[in-house]
Write a protein that binds this ligand. Structure first.
Ligand code: SF4
Length: 347
């Protein structure tokens, strides 16, 4: 277990959305977007949540940012549940936890100049800076992402995609955050600038001791910035380990398929790359047993009947798959060795 202080911790997070029907909006079902996710991020470290779209990683990040309330579970920041914060404590959280989203264009008002865009968190956080101090702080944030004071009076459309993402990063940095949620920070950018932005994020993390929650669908994107990777499938973490464990030696068949899918296409390897078969199942009516079993090339009889618990292996990683012996008791519920679907439906 790490002795570093914790930046933030998610405990057994669940997020369900009701499905309503008819004029009266009767609830006829639930979308189970997040089904009991736990992780913690050490200060100065990066935790990456990786999976296909619809796996619940973005919903998890919205709950951690306090943009959506959880259906159950907690997010602990400095020992307090973020949903209990109010007044000054809430303002501190909103300042110290910032976000950079996938689409820098969509997250910026095109009619605002860079000086106002980057200063937004200062104003939202009600930081009392006079106008000279505010400009100095904005320029410092711009310089930390290799932009300049000359850029203050320009509009977003005057910049390239990579430069706009630098502006978005400067906007997050301007209030001196401790944790930044990076939601697919390079997936909308040209391949040629992705490495530059990831390198910049790595340098900023080192110089400012930042913690990151990194959301991505591509393992290759997160490999070098991540300390820990959690692989999500249909709302659950199915494997969690160090970046080297997950990328170089994945143990869950879904992690293996993600790794193979992130390799460059090589003639003769196509069959392996296509191990992720079929479409991801619906979170409204997930499969019984292991939710990955309809797509899993290793599925056994037990897989469609019993959902495997998340257990810790000898090398310290956590994995939820019947292929792996239960090295310890279930980490999801130490009193129950495996959770049946019936139990879950009745919960
Ligand atoms: Fe595949 Fe079974 Fe493991 Fe699920 S539990 S990943 S179906 S082998």
């Amino acid at each position: 277990m790490s002795s570093r202080p914790t930046a933030i911790e998610a405990r057994d997070l669940k997020k369900y959305y009701p499905i309503r029907k008819g004029l009266l909006g009767r609830i006829v079902g639930q979308v189970k977007a997040v089904q009991g996710v736990s992780f913690s991020i050490d200060k100065g470290k990066t935790y990456a949540l990786v999976g296909e779209s619809g796996c619940g990683k973005t919903t998890t990040s919205r709950v951690v940012l306090r943009l959506r309330p959880p259906t159950a579970g907690k997010v602990l920041w400095n020992g307090n549940d973020i949903w209990d914060l109010e007044g000054r404590g809430l303002r501190d959280f909103q300042r110290k936890v910032q976000a950079v989203f996938q689409d820098p264009v969509g997250s910026m008002n095109p009619r605002m100049k860079v000086r106002r865009i980057v200063a937004e968190p200062i104003r939202l956080g009600k930081l009392e800076l006079d106008s000279t101090d505010e400009i100095d702080t904005v320029v410092k944030a711009l310089e930390s992402v290799d932009l300049h004071a000359d850029d203050l009076e320009r509009y977003p459309h005057e910049f390239s995609g990579g430069q706009r993402q630098r502006i978005a990063i400067a906007r997050a940095l301007v209030v001196d955050p401790e944790l930044i949620v990076l939601d697919e920070p390079v997936s909308a950018l040209d391949v040629s600038v992705r490495a530059q932005i990831m390198n910049l994020l790595g340098e900023l993390q080192q110089s400012k001791n930042l913690s990151y929650l990194l959301i991505a669908h591509h393992l290759a994107t997160v490999r070098y910035l991540s300390d820990t990777i959690g692989v999500m499938y249909l709302g659950r973490i199915v494997e969690e380990g160090t970046a080297a464990q997950i990328v170089d030696n994945p143990q869950h068949p879904y992690s293996q398929a993600l790794v193979e899918a992130s390799l460059p296409a090589v003639p003769g390897m196509r069959d392996e790359i296509e191990t992720i078969r079929y479409e991801v199942s619906s979170p409204i009516n997930p499969p019984q047993g292991c939710e990955f079993h309809p797509r899993c090339p290793e599925a056994m009889d037990i897989c469609s009947a019993v959902r495997p618990p998340l257990v810790k292996l000898e090398d310290g990683r956590r994995v939820a798959c019947h292929l792996h012996p239960r090295a310890e008791m279930s980490l999801e519920n130490p009193t129950v060795k495996s959770a049946s679907d019936k139990e879950e439906r009745e919960a």
